[in-house]
Design a protein around this ligand. Structure first.
Ligand code: BEZ
Length: 260
């Protein structure tokens, strides 16, 4: 989850309006193929749904998230599982997991090599990383329009303040190799993602792009979001619902036994 100092995650809104994040994660669990008795670290576990789903295979799961709000809700929902507030850039684990799993989180981490090193170190020899997150071009129609509308009201948003990391497949798999992973699978694909309800786009912006809007007063924010909706209707409003222009990267990398 994002490296903000303050915890801006609203775990209830996340569960109510953004459940698709976990729903899509179930496909990634199939790629993970958890085995009975395996120990698995779920990085960016949110409110715990995927950790719970992985646990059903008989795996021992630890879910971590940087957001205290998310961890609190995960513990309330799944009291028998282990959830801890931790940062992927500062993991205390060494050679202990059969697998590291991460869905829809690593695009918040703007030090990807450091995160990969931490995940690599957490795996036992022979262990695997299975991850999915936003790739190059992800939600670009939305973010380009957001930045355009900010400029229109005189608010500068320099590229280095862009809150996400959306790498190309070549860039990310190269980083994986640099830290020692043997990349066995990598995919970059479009996944148009329906956002629930007629307010889907504004809910998405309020949930995920709040950091960008934080210093703007509420009325101006409302006007800005309305303008973004108008501009994006033609491209993203389809058959009565908003469909976000998601583009995903999926990777599987192994910490090979024969590599150090
Ligand atoms: C994503 O899952 O691709 C995403 C979510 C929130 C903000 C940006 C990207």
């Amino acid at each position: 989850m994002p490296p903000y100092i303050k915890d801006s995650w609203n775990a209830h809104l996340y569960d109510q309006k953004h459940h698709f994040v976990s729903n899509f994660g179930n496909e990634l669990i199939e790629l993970l193929s958890p085995q009975n008795g395996e120990s698995i670290l779920d990085i960016g576990c949110g409110t715990g749904d995927l950790a719970h789903a992985i646990g059903k295979y008989g795996a021992h799961v630890i879910g971590i998230d940087q957001s205290a709000n998310m961890i609190k809700q995960a513990k309330e929902k799944y009291p028998s599982l282990t959830f801890e507030e931790k940062d992927v850039l500062d993991l205390p684990y060494h050679n202990e997991f059969h697998a590291v799993f991460s869905n829809a989180t690593l695009h918040w981490v703007k030090q990807p090599k450091q995160a990969l090193q931490q995940m690599f170190d957490s795996l036992e020899s022979g262990g695997r990383l299975v991850a999915e997150f936003g790739g190059e071009g992800n939600v670009q129609l939305i973010t380009d329009e957001l930045i355009k509308q900010l400029h229109a009201i005189g608010v500068d948003h320099p590229p280095d303040e862009f809150p996400w990391y959306f790498p190309s497949i070549g860039e990310y798999t190269s980083l994986m190799e640099e830290v020692g992973f043997h990349v066995r699978f990598a995919q970059h694909f479009d996944r148009p993602t329906p956002l629930e309800g007629s307010n889907g786009l504004q809910n998405w912006i309020k949930m995920f792009a709040q950091e960008i809007l934080d210093n703007i007063d509420k009325d101006t924010q409302k006007g800005l979001i309305r303008k973004i909706e108008q501009q994006l209707t033609e491209d993203l409003y389809k058959n009565g619902e908003w469909v976000a222009d998601y583009k995903r990267i999926r990777v599987i990398g192994f910490k090979e036994k024969f590599k150090k």
